[in-house]
Design a protein around this ligand. Structure first.
Ligand code: ADP
Length: 622
């Protein structure tokens, strides 16, 4: 402490330099937060401490907010510049930094005694009290030298004290010192020698240094608060980022794993703000699996481009959802893909929407089969309760008549009438009895036909199918060969065009086309030379065949009934069971196909058969 005292200007300059240095340290610290891996780890620990203040507020410490090494350097330099001793302690007086410039008296004599050390801590804790007014300057409670202190806080929490002092002026006397040496049990001689080496400084000068210290601790408190806020901010951001990442991961997993197709779009508008199209911005695995369109192909495409349609599909529905923000679900048949879809549309942001689409084609097919089966069952119930009932009533009625006649004959026999009387009666009764028997036979035959028909339908519906790709040219060639004779005999000509192949069962399909051509022969116009044409074309993924004739045609009101069980338009002029078209429809339904008819009375009929298309090379049995 032999150096000359510094002027105020010099001190102020040093303070300025110190503040600059402090700022650069602070900046370095901030940079370290962002870039230094090692500091990042320290920061993580600090962040943890700092961001849990609500649970553990008391745990915030100076070392959590500042690098103690940096503070030590600052403390050493201030101490060196001002010539006063300095230390930073916890609020309870326990040191956080190593003492700078401590006097021999304080560090080697007073603090070496138990009582002296205890008093030092007590005194340190008192002079470091937080005060908004300025530093605390007072005589040390452990020896009476001049001491000053200023508290460091974070928010309203007192976290440390910065203490300076161990200087003397005329207030401290040898007598007081000797008494204190005695009090704490120190060697009086040594105590006084050390006391006399203590640096002397005017109280005003010391107060100025204390003021500088106060300014510095105020800055540190502010910086501590900033650090805390920064740490909290970083932590909140980290948590938000983590939460976002987690939710993004969850969404991505869901997006990829969903069996429904999920496609995300941007709605596009024209200059008048009318929706005109939409662009695909993302699609999931299920979309590729069901449509065969990869994400790479889909993303960035306009809807009509991607689906090959003139207009973007379902633009009205999607625009409505985007504009109203209300989700919408519907079922639709999407012709370009020949699939039935169940689509849910949700708005995902301004002019953005997602479609969640389920392929319900199979479900629709099953529903169709169930519908056909139900209709069949209904018809069977109708036949059983109506068609079978009328011959049964006949049998019952004519049976009663027979019974009546037999009773009459019996009673004559019992009355012992003459043979001629009996003969007379028999002559009268027998023709009626014969007639009744004839009616009964007819009715039972009729019932037999109906029951056989039902049996035939039931058998046909249960026959095992062997689905293969069928060369329809070959199949029709063979089927018409067996009908050729019948056709020629009735003046009909059969013409076969080039036919596309399809997926089906060859035996069942032979039955379908034989029934149809047979009907065309049967219902040909007797006044014309009959022309029966079989043609075919491919429509999307279906093969559509047409069996066309120029026969008698069907009246419009019968068109919807001709596929019904036992439905015949003219029971008297032609022979038939009214079962052929029912079986045709049943077979086609089992083969995922269908049939419809167009006809005009007197002009002819066209039966259109739809079956799944397949190329001949795809002939793998299923
Ligand atoms: P069926 O021929 O044994 O009467 P179908 O079920 O084959 O039974 O036909 C039902 C009815 O549909 C026929 O009775 C007939 O009236 C009408 N029909 C079927 N095919 C033709 C056709 N090609 N031209 C005119 N009528 C037809």
């Amino acid at each position: 402490m032999s150096r000359a005292l510094k002027t105020n200007e010099e001190l102020m300059q040093e303070l300025y330099d110190l503040q600059q240095e402090h700022e650069s340290l602070k900046n370095k610290y901030k940079k370290d937060i962002s870039f230094g891996e090692q500091t990042r780890k320290v920061l993580e620990k600090r962040i943890f401490t700092l961001t849990h203040p609500s649970e553990n507020k008391m745990d915030i410490a100076l070392e959590d907010l500042f690098n103690i090494k940096d503070l030590q350097k600052l403390q050493d330099e201030i101490s060196d510049a001002t010539g006063v001793a300095s230390i930073i302690t916890r609020p309870d007086g326990v040191p956080l930094t190593a003492p700078s410039n401590f006097t021999y008296l304080c560090s080697e004599i007073i603090r070496k005694t138990e009582k002296g050390c205890e008093n030092c801590h007590k005194s340190d804790s008192i002079i470091g009290q937080l005060s908004p007014l300025g530093p605390t300057v007072q005589e040390c409670k452990s020896g009476g030298l001049w001491d000053a202190g200023a508290g460091i806080s974070v928010g309203d929490k007192h976290i440390a004290n910065w203490l300076i002092g161990q200087v003397r002026d005329e207030s401290q006397t040898d007598e007081k010192m000797a008494a204190y040496a005695k009090e704490i049990g120190a060697d009086e001689e040594k105590f006084l020698t050390a006391f006399r080496q203590i640096r002397s400084m005017s109280k005003t000068q010391f107060e100025k240094i204390a003021k500088v210290l106060y300014t510095l601790t105020t800055l540190l408190s502010k910086s501590a608060y900033d650090n805390l806020q920064q740490s909290r901010f970083i932590n909140e951001r980290l948590q938000a980022e983590q939460a976002l990442q987690e939710s993004e991961e969850k969404l991505a997993t869901l997006f990829a794993a969903m069996t429904e197709m999920v496609v995300i779009h941007d709605l596009l508008f024209d200059e008048n703000n009318n929706p005109i199209n939409y662009r695909i911005t993302d699609s999931n695995n299920a979309f590729t699996k069901i449509t065969g369109i990869t994400r790479e192909i889909a993303v960035g495409k306009l809807a009509n481009e991607l689906y090959g349609t003139d207009e973007p599909p379902y633009l009205d529905e999607y625009s409505q959802v985007c504009l109203s923000g209300k989700p919408y679900s519907y079922e639709t048949y999407f012709a370009p893909m020949e699939k039935h879809f169940s689509i849910s549309v949700v708005s995902t942001g301004e002019n953005k929407f997602a479609t969640i689409t389920k392929d319900i084609t199979e479900l629709k097919q099953i529903q169709q089969v169930i519908k056909t089966k139900n209709k069949e069952l209904e018809q069977i119930v109708y036949v059983a309760s109506h068609d079978l009932r009328s011959p049964l009533i006949n049998v019952d009625g004519f049976g009663r008549e027979l019974e009546y006649s037999l009773k009459a004959i019996n009673s004559l026999m019992k009355a012992n009438d003459t043979e001629s009387d009996i003969k007379k009666l028999l002559k009268a009764e027998l023709p009626e009895m014969n007639q009744a028997l004839g009616h009964i036979r007819n009715s039972t035959l009729q019932m037999d036909v109906l029951l056989n028909g039902l049996l035939k339908l039931s058998r046909s519906g249960r026959v095992a199918l062997q689905i293969l790709t069928i060369d329809m040219n070959e199949l029709l060639q063979k089927a018409t060969e067996s009908l050729e004779f019948k056709a020629k005999k009735s003046g009909n000509e059969i013409e076969l065009s080039e036919l596309p192949s399809c997926k089906g069962d060859s035996v069942q399909l032979t039955q379908v086309f034989t029934n149809l051509i047979d009907n065309s022969i049967k219902y040909s116009n007797p006044n014309l030379s009959g022309k029966i044409k079989v043609s075919g074309r491919i429509e999307h993924s279906y093969s559509v065949y047409c069996v066309e004739d120029n026969g008698i045609g069907i009246a419009e009101n019968h068109l919807s009934n001709i596929f019904e069980l036992f439905h015949r338009l003219d029971k008297n002029t032609t022979e038939g069971e009214g079962l052929g078209l029912t079986i045709v429809k049943q077979i086609l339904s089992r083969l995922n196909g269908d049939i419809r008819v167009e006809s005009k009375l007197g002009e002819g009929s066209s039966f259109y058969i739809t079956l799944p298309h397949a190329k001949v090379s795809e002939n793998t049995g299923e």
